[in-house]
Design a protein around this ligand. Sequence first.
Ligand code: GUN
Ligand code: ZN
Length: 433
Amino acid sequence: IPNTVQAYRASLLHFTDDPLHNVQGMQWHEDGLLIIQDGRVLAAGDYAQLKHSLPEGSSIAHFPGKIIMPGFIDSHIHYPQTDMIASPAPGLLPWLEKYTFPTERQFQNPEHAAEVASFFVDELLRCGTTTAMVYCTVHPESVDAFFGESEKRNLRMVAGKVLMDRNCPEFLRDTPESGARDTEALIQKWHKRGRQLYAITPRFAPTSSEAQLQLAGELAQKYPDTFMQTHVAENKDECKWARELFPQARSYLDIYDRYGLMRERAMFAHCIWLDDTDRRRMAETQSAVSLCATSNLFLGSGLFDFPRAQEAGVPLSMATDVGGGTSFSMLQTMNETYKVARMGGTYLPAARMFYLATLGGARSMKLEGTIGNFATGAEADFILLDPQATPLLARRSARTDSVEELLFALALLGDDRTIAATYAAGKLVHERK
Ligand code: GUN
Ligand code: ZN
């Protein structure tokens, strides 16, 4: 092995399968070693076994008491909503009118977009999130600002220009033709440039005409390795509105299906008010759910139905949905996801939550092997968790009797302070001071 090798020693956690279906899916090495070369994983496992494979004289960064794991994957977040997080409203639609649309208007200014994108990416990294599926605004410049920032730091990010041509303020509208033209130009500019990936992004059915959804679907078919992201069945008033606007569709989700927007790499946020036919269709098409617990509780949208989604075999991932969500931290998001599941009668073990926030997200996005775990050759996006980050966490973690209990305490008590360091493609991109 040549000398470009880096090695990190600590406890090591990652997943090779969903612990719901496979008890061996979680890999835990109490004294573990992660070996990296040229930004990719060379090996991950027990220190005692792997130390022999290191070249003579290699230095090992040792972090006793800490946990190395893959960076978090946030499958749904709005970077332009950073500055309006924690804005109160009696529900989704008034919240969009009063805060979201005026805030997004500012992104016609590329300097403003660049400044927010830089803060936003800092905040993701502080929280240990190394990949996110990101909404920009209707302005193509907002996409350039975001990908520019992500590229500067060599992050694996997915993002797209919002498509909306009706039922929103005039100043935020595109047209079916301009939206499709801008989207195609942005795909050509950014998709697979370095680590950047493009997502075709119709905001949600109520703000797109039939012509716009038709063109979005055609792009989704023409560029099958791009992503698609939208919102569905989040809020009862929104569902009623969507059904009125598209009376010919069988259900809200079916609107997207009719335009060819259900496929692999399609990410549907919320999915609260689906029926069993919808869930079956999601599983058949391998469209994924993005679970947005803090947002759904904050906006009073509803409780995601774990038992039915799991029974249908729908790909699941976790997300913050900032600014509807109330935290950038995937640990705080686990905390609230746990409680939502509990309310619906499901017990979510910590192992499952950490799976959903890493490999589950990668699988939902068809990026397994690239991100989400420490498979050989995967991109070395990883974080260091500190179970001693706060006095309370230190006290509680000292009294845990199993890995599951320790991870559970981290999920329920952890936040940005728990992230001691974040690495992207093998390089340090955040260190807690
Ligand atoms: N539905 C349409 N747009 C949005 C948005 O910006 N946030 C949330 N939570 N739901 C939406
Ligand atoms: Zn959203």
